[in-house]
Design a protein around this ligand. Structure first.
Ligand code: FO1
Length: 345
């Protein structure tokens, strides 16, 4: 079976463990069941990527690599297990940029290796294949694009207003300056507490789907939309010209999974992101935001948590426990998605 998954963030990586497990694979290995010919392709968000200290960091791709190889830090959800932070501490002592973005020593090796290949002019998708050969995640990982797309968030400048006002203009506080902040600073330094005026994947309009992305969607038996952040993971993937229409026109059933359970994001700050695009922080809000394919949307089916059921005209809505507490539980979610796909066929 060929399953293509649109994914991003830590939750998206966990979801892939369940996809592998649902197909009878070892979630942390690359062995296929005897005689099986499954192909799982993950189309991974790269708009979280950031360049710091001269290194290109690709959080969502790395979360997939590390999680599926069984070497990610289970509590943080990102970066490597058994990590040390010597270089990060030394950088902070130098007053280097972005001390709020901690880079583990093992993780830095990935960024150094990737950056050196980027500097040789190799496209990201080719570099990912090299990293996959080392980590053997058991799925094909495709960046959504080889071009640079980075999410920026427009917020009020959080730094205290400079004392430019003189005593006589008391009361006329100057309006806060707005600034365009990189997603990672907004997400990790400010924990998404700064209300965004807008969230924009810079570079998306001129980006092209990475090699293999459109084919992975068109030739799939099932397309799954992981329970990733609908705005800064799924939305950014769909913002790459050609990807949304590929999802809308594939013959494969398209099944989404709600990232919101009983009105709350499972992790991260999807609530702040959804508010920015005036979408309710609920399974129904996200389901209607994605829309039914029969009505110009994306979905043939949508899996929500127990108690979150709602009507989505033109698509099947089903419910199941959605907490991805372990690969087997996640596998049951994926199996439920595959059942929805069968109904939609
Ligand atoms: N998240 C944090 O909350 N704090 C960090 O210092 C941090 C560092 C970091 C380094 C490498 C990496 O791949 C991910 C890192 N993350 C950190 C997580 C990252 O912000 C998220 O994984 C995604 O970008 C959003 O899902």
């Amino acid at each position: 079976m060929k399953i293509t998954v649109l994914t991003g963030g830590v939750g998206g990586a966990k979801f892939l463990l369940g996809v592998k497990s649902a197909l009878g694979m070892d979630p942390y290995g690359d062995a296929q069941p005897e005689g099986a010919k499954h192909q799982i392709t993950a189309i991974v968000n790269t708009a979280d990527d950031i360049t710091l200290h001269g290194l290109r960091i690709c959080p969502d791709l790395d979360s997939c690599l590390y999680t599926l190889a069984g070497v990610s830090d289970q509590s943080r959800g990102w970066g490597r297990a058994d990590e040390t932070w010597t270089v990060s501490k030394e950088l902070a002592a130098y007053g280097a940029e972005a001390p709020w973005f901690s880079l583990g020593d093992k993780d830095i090796a990935t960024h150094l290796f990737r950056t050196s290949m980027l500097n040789e002019g190799r496209p990201l998708s080719e570099i990912v294949s090299t990293l996959v050969r080392k980590w053997r995640p058991g799925v094909r990982l495709l960046p959504m694009t080889d071009e640079q797309v980075e999410t920026y968030v427009e917020v009020d400048d959080p730094t205290p207003a400079r004392q430019t006002s003189t005593p006589d203009d008391a009361g006329s506080a100057s309006p806060a300056l707005r600034l365009s902040m990189h997603f990672q600073e907004w997400w990790t330094r400010y924990r998404a507490t700064l209300a965004p005026y807008s969230i924009t994947p810079d570079g998306a309009p001129t980006a092209k789907p990475a090699p293999g992305v459109l084919d992975a969607i068109g030739a799939a038996d099932v397309v799954l939309i992981a329970p990733s952040n609908p705005v800064v993971s799924i939305g950014t993937i769909l913002s790459v010209p050609g990807i949304r229409s590929a999802v809308r026109t594939t013959t494969a059933p398209v099944i989404g999974v709600s990232p919101i359970i009983n009105g709350k994001p499972v992790r991260g700050h999807a609530d702040a992101c959804l508010a920015t695009i005036n979408v309710a922080c609920s399974a129904e809000g996200v389901g209607k935001h994605y829309g039914a394919r029969a009505h110009d949307g994306l979905l043939d089916g949508f899996l929500v948590a127990l108690g979150d059921e709602f009507e989505l005209a033109g698509a099947q809505v089903a419910s199941a426990p959605l907490l991805m507490s372990d690969p087997e539980t996640t596998a049951r979610m994926v199996q439920r998605c595959l059942e929805l796909a069968d109904v939609a066929r």
